[in-house]
Design a protein around this ligand. Structure first.
Ligand SMILES: [Zn+2]
Length: 424
């Protein structure tokens, strides 16, 4: 796999190409882009056939091990890698450890092991076991196992421990990676953690840079534990995106995990982050929310960029979610019909919302690339940020009562730590 920066913008924003995937030799993935978040190897709410109608080009499938580890036996028996097993061989797999869609309990570490919160409970996993799984999954790229699931407000001491653990785990991954025949076509991604403790974070980056011969990209973890969704735009995160981005070699592709709103996503792009994990669009869908950004920088968007589709307001609204949207949902269905499906808990509600949200979120990246090309990225970023800032003034009740699908599947969250996304 290769990553080439094809255009550098005015700040650190850039356009890049990912190519040379052995299993999909014709795939060219332009960055910045969002991957598609998967659950059990599938795109959440969409079959492969529907997906093919939403995206005609190969996509990065983001596969957290927490929700795909159960595929091990099947993938091993078939012996053709995880994308083939999941029926999505024309796409590119990126395996990660954690699922930043969800909030998990803190702690639970043992020497040399990290906890993996699967839907069947906690599994402790070593770097060696992780690499065994990667040799079975054979993804196009995978993140090194790391201690990366924590909030930006963790103590410097916790961050320091995370760095020590992450460096040790990476060193084991590197040794195994160098010796592995199965992983010769899989790109290894180093993970930076510890941004809460500058000195330790620098150590983490230094450790990654010792292995530039093996590592193709870097991911940033350890600044979100999944609870940051819809949080207001803060400079604290932007400073981290910048500091870590500036410390990394330009030739590495950079992955930012976490459920970031459009303003935060564009701030990360401004500081040179290339690939996002796709959890944002899925989270909106599962909350019954439709994304509706205005991309036209010459026009102010005076309406909210998120529509709570369960709202009474849409009961007799026979417009599409977004006029002019080219997605399959907006071409055929009205807001009133989607509201009806949500209220009657029909599965089709999530399918239709998912089609729109994934398409529209992708459009945000397409426009970002166009603006980077034209040297106008800053104008675009300000235009989108303004729309996100407006949302703060919306009453909170709009987001209540629609968190249904994801938490149901995660027994551990309900048992061990009750999380209310709406309280953010
Ligand atoms: Zn649409």
């Amino acid at each position: 796999m290769r990553f080439i920066v094809t255009k550098a913008g005015c700040s650190s924003e850039r356009i890049g190409n990912l190519t040379g995937f052995v299993k999909c030799p014709n795939a060219v993935i332009e960055t910045p882009t969002s991957g598609l978040f998967t659950q059990g190897g599938s795109i959440v709410h969409l079959t492969a056939d529907v997906l093919a109608r939403v995206f005609t080009n190969p996509q990065i499938l983001v596969m957290p091990l927490t929700n795909s580890i159960q595929l091990e036996t099947g993938v091993k028996a078939q012996n053709e890698g995880v994308t083939k097993f999941a029926g999505l061989p024309e796409h590119v797999a990126c395996v990660t450890v954690n699922n930043f869609y969800e909030t998990v309990p803190p702690g639970h570490f043992e020497p040399g092991k990290i906890p993996l919160w699967t839907k069947h409970g906690k599994k402790m996993i070593t770097a060696d076991k992780y690499m065994d799984l990667m040799e079975i999954f054979r993804p196009d790229m995978f993140l090194a196992i790391a201690d990366g699931c924590m909030s930006v407000n963790e103590t410097p001491k916790r961050a320091s421990k995370a760095v020590e653990r992450t460096c040790k785990l990476l060193n084991t991954c590197i040794d195994r990676y160098k010796a592995s025949k199965e992983l010769k076509n899989s790109a290894l991604v180093g993970v930076v953690v510890g941004a809460q403790n500058q000195k330790k974070c620098d150590e983490c980056i230094e450790n990654i840079l010792k292995h530039v011969d093996c590592i193709s990209g870097v991911a940033l973890e350890g600044i979100t534990d999944g609870t940051d969704f819809l949080k207001e735009y803060t400079n604290q995160y932007c400073d981290i995106f910048k500091k870590v981005g500036d410390a990394l070699p330009k030739e590495f592709f950079r992955i930012l995990e976490g459920c970031w709103n459009p303003a935060m996503t564009l701030s990360a792009i401004e500081h040179g982050w290339d690939i996002f994990d796709g959890t944002y669009a899925v989270k909106l869908t599962n909350m019954g929310i439709a994304l509706k950004l205005s991309f036209d920088v010459t026009k102010e968007n005076e309406t909210p960029y998120l529509l709570d589709m369960i709202d009474e307001l849409y009961k007799e609204d026979f417009n599409p979610i977004l006029k002019g949207c080219e997605c399959l949902t907006c071409k055929k269905h009205t807001r009133a019909y989607i509201r009806h499906l949500l209220n009657t808990r029909e599965m089709l509600a999530s399918v239709l919302l998912s089609i729109h949200n994934l398409h529209h979120f992708d459009q945000m990246f397409i426009h970002a690339r166009e603006h980077i090309n034209a040297g106008t990225f800053n104008t675009y970023k300000n235009h989108i940020t303004k729309q996100c800032d407006m949302l703060k003034e919306l009453p909170k009740y709009r987001y209540k009562g629609s968190m249904n699908t994801p938490e149901k599947t995660n027994v551990h969250i309900n048992k061990k730590k009750k999380v209310d996304v709406n309280s953010n």
